[in-house]
Design a protein around this ligand. Structure first.
Ligand code: NDP
Ligand code: ZN
Length: 179
């Protein structure tokens, strides 16, 4: 691991906090968006036992290009080609309609790298825990249910990556999905 790993991680957290500063989560409390990306990184260190710094960096940065004005060039210049490649693998194409993006997440999941799969699993686990805690504002129960079922389809394509994360996800699916 690089000797300056602490400075590298703090640089990522600060970058994400600045980029996401106007964004809030969809929960009724309107939690700052950056809580999500920090939480995803913590799932990876605390639950998945991930020690690869570049995976943790990409987890912290995973929604910057998808949800803010950040470009991949900016990520590459600031954090290097490996981190940028990982962020690319977990970024949806925002030019596509939402339903198509959801379909492509299922289709692309199995073909992604092991590191990207870890981030995708942690991202889903965080979002599903958030959904179990409280429904987003304006979401009817049917929409919440659709999310659980779609997330299960994505996770089914990510299996064999990390047992702890997959077991935690399966506990959630057991509570909300029929299959
Ligand atoms: P999602 O339905 O995909 O919204 C969920 C995403 O929002 C998560 O993946 C997460 O993404 C982020 N998020 C932010 N806050 C929360 C939170 N508190 N809990 C969980 N997730 C959170 O996206 P859209 O709103 O873009 O809707 C897309 C799809 O929703 C459409 O394809 C359509 O099928 C469906 N839809 C269904 C409706 C219905 O009534 N059944 C109505 C409207 C849409 P991230 O990790 O990137 O932050
Ligand atoms: Zn996310």
């Amino acid at each position: 691991q690089p000797a300056d790993v602490l400075a590298i991680i703090i640089k990522c957290i600060n970058f994400a906090a600045v980029k996401h500063k106007y964004q809030r989560r969809k929960d009724p409390e309107k939690t700052p968006y950056v809580n999500h990306v920090i939480g995803v990184a913590e799932i990876l260190t605390e639950e998945a036992n991930v020690q690869d710094v570049e995976v943790i960096q990409a987890a912290i940065l995973h929604d910057t290009v998808e949800d803010t004005d950040t470009s991949f060039d900016e990520i590459e210049a600031q954090f290097g080609v490996n981190v940028c490649q990982l962020v690319k693998e977990v970024t949806d194409d925002k030019s596509l309609p939402k339903a198509e993006r959801k379909r492509l997440q299922v289709e692309h999941a199995a073909g992604s790298s092991p590191s990207a799969k870890l981030i995708k699993l942690a991202d889903k686990l965080y979002n599903l825990r958030d959904l179990e805690r409280v429904s987003p504002e304006g979401w009817a129960p049917e929409r919440v249910q659709e999310y659980y079922e779609w997330a299960q389809k994505v996770v089914n394509e990510l299996r064999g990556t990390n047992k702890k994360l997959e077991d935690s996800l399966d506990e959630i699916f057991k509570r909300h999905c029929t299959s």
